[in-house]
Design a protein around this ligand. Sequence first.
Ligand code: BJW
Ligand code: ZN
Length: 250
Amino acid sequence: MDGVNTIPNIVVERCLGARRIAVLTGAGISAESGVPTFRDRDGLWTKLNPQELAFMEAFLKNPQHVWEWYQSRRKVMQEVKPNPAHYTLAAMEDFYPVFSIATQNIDGLHQRAGSRKVFELHGNIERNRCSVCGRFVELPDETAEPPRCSCGGLIRPDVVWFGEMLPEEALDSAAQAARTAEVYFSIGTSAQVFPAAQLPYDAAEHGAFLVEINAEPTALTPYAHISLQGKAGEILPRLWRAISEKAANG
Ligand code: BJW
Ligand code: ZN
């Protein structure tokens, strides 16, 4: 089995003593569902150039190219299913009085696993909006090229590209959750993309016990109180089992 086998007692204790838990997730939590990550060994950005795909300038220069990439990723994301990491977080939400997930993922897998309080920091690939007036538009799955809005603007996926602001309400809610959490989890993110990557630091600065769960060390690792290295889909269920057993047996 990969990674840590035993969950350190301090993590179990801190989780048991907490009423407010907040979580940041990234591409790594969906990797075991079959959604590609961005920056690790087989990540998308090792094969594809983000400058050509994840900037508004790229979309305006070659809308068809960007549209086709998102259509192919939509197909992948519609076909995959949540994994034990998503389901564990959904179960935890039922246990804690205050529990929320800020996700950088656009795949909707947390909601499909049953999580209710999810702040989508980078949008959702299932939605489309006008790149000029912002109007949301429903489109058939097989739409082969980016249509035009009634205002003349090109329709784009409702995701956040580099240089764009994050949805204000989601970011504010995520920041508030980070500042008030007693335990903060950073799961499956390389912690390189801001402002999302700032959240765990803010949480720790405001007194949260910071736990990282990631397949490999990241820039955040030295700042985490505990860093659990391995697959989220294995570590999270193990952690939740340890918490539940301790809660039952004292
Ligand atoms: C596992 C695992 C398993 C694997 N279990 N773990 C210089 C120039 C231009 C901009 C900037 C700049 N310097 C800073 C900026 C700002 C920029 C930024 O931070 N850039 C950095 C890269 C330097 N940020 C922005 O531009 C943001 N907006 C912003 O700041 O607005 C203000 C502003 C306005 C004007 C000018 C400048 C600033 C927006 C960021 C938008 C990011 N968009 C993307 C694409 C979204 C849509 C899509 O998916 O197509 O979001 S990029 C991509 O990265 C995607 C992700 O959400 C995001 C984060 O990636 P994540 O989730 O961390 O994935 P990975 O792959 O990096 O890491 C996965 C980890 O999981 C790895 O560590 C694995 O080991 C691990 N793992 N399997 C556990 N089973
Ligand atoms: Zn429009």
